[in-house]
Design a binder for this molecule. Sequence first.
Ligand SMILES: Cc1ncc(COP(=O)(O)O)c(C=O)c1O
Length: 455
Amino acid sequence: MRKDWILSIRQTLSECIRAQGIFFTCRFKREHRPPPGNGNTPLYILGKDECKMKKYKTADLHKKVRGKGISTISVHAGEERFRYADSVTTPIVQTSTYAFKNSAHIEAYTRHGHAHFEYGRYGNPTEKVAQDRLSALCGAEDCVIFGSGMSAITTTILALVKSGDHIIITDDAYKKTLEFCSSYLQRFGVDCTIAPFGDYAGLEKSIRPSTRFIVSESPTNPYLNIFDLERLHDLGKRYKLLTMIDATFSTPYNQCPFDYGIDIVLHSATKYLAGHNDILAGVVLGRKELIEEIRALHKAIGGVIDPHCCYLLLRGMKTFALRMEKHNQTGLEVARFLQAHPRVKRVYYPGLESHPHHDIAKAQMTGFGGVISFDIKGALKDAKRFLDNLHLCYIAPSLGGVETLITHPAMVSYYSLNRKERYALGITDTLLRLAVGIEDASDIIADLDQALRAK
Ligand SMILES: Cc1ncc(COP(=O)(O)O)c(C=O)c1O
């Protein structure tokens, strides 16, 4: 069909939907978008070749490769410059379905692939803006957004395996991810090896002809271990495996696994990306062909994010760079304070020289985030007394939001295990995980100090 016809149909569709009070994002194919920087287009999104093995530090990468700084990308990427009613913010398109104007319109969409939203489970304009922003932020060709991080992880894994396949996961992955891989996947005939984190030789030995991919995290929870992404990429390349990293704790502000050739990156966007402890969301990012496979299953499984949540995600992302800078600064300051505290036995924070993976963290990351785990001196009763005396920090799971949260893994995530089982996993009675928010570091420190000293 002639290009001018296509454009005029697009214009008609757009006007028709605008007339119904619906904001419509014209879904130009990327190659048809005008070059970045004219003020009317989404910001530049990385191409496949540019994603591969660029050895930039993440902060430089944002400037050199993406053409814009990370703060600018966080605020603008994915958004049309002028949108419904010329609003400065992205409208929430609160609809579960989309109307066709007439039968010709249906056929233009179904037969000729014209841009149109069809049904809420297959996409939404507010979600599309969030997708484009996340792809730009993370340096990915494409992404899919989900209603939670776990939905992103489980759908991604299911989309990429079949019965008879084998996968490898490292042992300090998020507890629910481990549970899904080691028990639920077996029901579908997918075998799983849990490899000890950091044992690269052991990891290599566990690779079989049927191995499809290796999945890990960096940093991990609760010990903030760092995976050497170059070694992961090397294994993937030599054995022709897909490599997958849950980068929730590092965020695209501090680390870009695509720089190292990692195939798939996952985030629980519930955490730093949304950043306000008010929504659940997840995202999987990667090359277009892989993401298409995942998107197809996502449409069937249906773990979608709703438009209002997408708006909150977009709004959260506007301050992403500012928040991350603060999390990084406060994280380091609080970690140093805890390390020097007489009531603290040990601190786990990759920004501290005492962390076993500090060198890899320094090479791979540009900041270390806001999560700090620490063991206090004493026994369970001392950990309880410490928690009970906190005034500013909320006792709550999760991380990456503006409020400082603290959790006691033994009593929360691992409560179902007995002491012996917990200790075998390194979850002691006195281990605490702090996720600093964006309050003043001095106030967080004062709260921790008085609670540590409480009798
Ligand atoms: C590293 C990591 N991945 C995934 C998840 C799951 O994300 P969600 O809670 O958004 O489902 C979490 C949750 O805490 C997490 O910490």
